[in-house]
Ligand binder design. Structure first.
Ligand code: HEC
Length: 187
């Protein structure tokens, strides 16, 4: 007798829970409100050169959460956790990193295609749609500001050598798209 009542009570409780779950699921979640700061109220870029200002904006938007807002690499507080997992951290782009060692053609390819490396905790995505060639070049120009003059010189040299190799191999299209070794010191 008691067990039958207990069963009835239990099924009542279960039905209430199910009804509550259905009601809470069907109720629309409140819309997520994202307020963008109007352009006029944003902190103006420290660059007067529009390409560098664009490079900084795009870098902060697309890259900085992984490579650091000062190009210093992965956020320091998260580094021990990544290393404890035995994985690679996100490299810096400033003069302490190795970005400067590579020719622009490879840097552009990495930005466009990403790097699928299972050892990386935060995987480098490929940026294709929505990022123009001009924006990629602007980001690179902004990154180069944090290199030493001799690092920039090395990058210029390997970029020219890569272009020369493209020309020798008859890879005219690739040679044509070689970005200019622009004056990165202009701000
Ligand atoms: C989700 C995190 C993440 C984001 C976002 C990201 N990267 Fe990376 N990036 C990585 C990781 C991790 C590597 C190291 C990959 C490897 O070597 O295995 C890397 C490597 C690179 C490299 C090659 C390494 C070097 O220093 O030469 C370049 C260049 C690069 N990223 C540029 C960018 C740019 C530019 C952006 C923004 C447009 C960007 N990344 C956004 C995680 C990220």
């Amino acid at each position: 007798m008691r067990s039958r009542r207990a069963k009835r009570n239990l099924s009542f409780v279960v039905s209430c829970a199910v009804v509550l779950m259905i009601v809470s699921c069907t109720q629309a979640a409140p819309p997520l409100e994202i307020t963008l700061i109007p352009a006029a109220e944003r902190t103006p870029s420290r660059f007067t050169d529009p390409e560098l200002a664009e490079g900084e904006t795009q870098y902060n938007l697309l890259c900085a959460h992984c490579h650091g807002y000062n190009l210093e690499g992965q956020l320091a507080v998260t580094v021990p956790q990544t290393l404890n997992l035995g994985m690679h951290t996100v490299p810096p782009h400033d003069s302490t990193g190795h970005t400067w060692q590579h020719p622009d053609q490879l840097l552009i390819r990495v930005i466009r295609e990403g790097i699928q490396n299972p050892l990386d905790q935060y995987v480098m995505p490929g940026f294709t749609d929505g990022v123009s060639d001009a924006q990629v070049n602007a980001i690179l120009r902004y990154i180069k500001l944090s290199w030493t003059e001799s690092q920039r010189e090395h990058n210029r040299r390997v970029t020219e050598q890569w272009a020369e190799m493209d020309r020798l191999l008859g890879n005219a299209a690739a040679a044509e798209t070689t970005p200019d070794a622009t004056d990165e010191s202009a701000q």
